[in-house]
Design a protein around this ligand. Structure first.
Ligand code: ADP
Length: 182
């Protein structure tokens, strides 16, 4: 989704809730990737592609280690997302955090749209750089006029539906049985 659509907010809340349920969940976002591993990259199309490639490879390694990895990136180009998908096609779920430009610009949580409109941020997605919306994402989460809790329910429901929360249900049953035996 666009800047301000709710990716970071939802990613961190999802991470928190999964952690409380006993899962190893980890958010990859601009803060921990753009400032470190990808600190050498700009926002040109080539560098955006390279950034998403690095994020995808790191996410794949975390996923191999048993984590539920939540990547909160704009990733504006369809081709970059398709390449990410190709690394682990069975595990990759494209989640479109959906709010239109008008709504995102109204929120402008970091004041970035204002700066972009004033020409102070070059290549800003939605303003001076393209955004290719997902065509067939695994999940669409509309965020306008909805609470964070409602959006998280959508994502939890999706994880449940696709069997990612089974381990928890099994562990839950085990704990219940043990309590019953005592
Ligand atoms: P992004 O990471 O996509 O750039 P952020 O999460 O940084 O977006 O900002 C989204 C803003 O929208 C926050 O200020 C958040 O409080 C607000 N917001 C309003 N409704 C929602 C919602 N349903 N889900 C997520 N964020 C929401």
């Amino acid at each position: 989704g666009l800047s301000g659509a709710g990716k970071t907010t939802l990613a961190l809340e999802l991470e928190r809730q999964l952690f409380l349920k006993g899962y190893q969940a980890y958010v990859l976002d601009g803060d921990n990737i753009r400032h470190g591993l990808s600190a050498d990259l700009s926002f040109s199309p080539d560098d955006r592609a390279e950034n998403i490639r690095r994020v995808s490879e790191v996410a794949a390694l975390f996923a191999d280690a048993g984590f539920i990895v939540i990547t909160a990136f704009i990733s504006p180009y369809r081709a970059d997302r398709d390449r990410a998908r190709a690394i682990r096609p069975q595990m990759f779920h494209e989640v479109y955090i959906k709010a239109d430009l008008e709504e995102c610009e109204k929120r402008d949580p970091k004041g970035l749209y204002k700066l972009a409109r004033a020409g102070q941020i070059p290549e800003f997605t939605g303003i001076s750089a393209p955004y290719e919306a997902p065509e067939r994402p695994e999940l669409v989460v509309p965020t306008a006029d909805r609470t964070v809790a409602e959006c998280i329910d959508d994502i939890m429901g999706h994880l449940q539906e696709h069997g990612y929360l089974r381990a928890f249900r099994a562990a839950d049953r085990l704990l219940r049985d043990q309590a019953h035996d005592r």
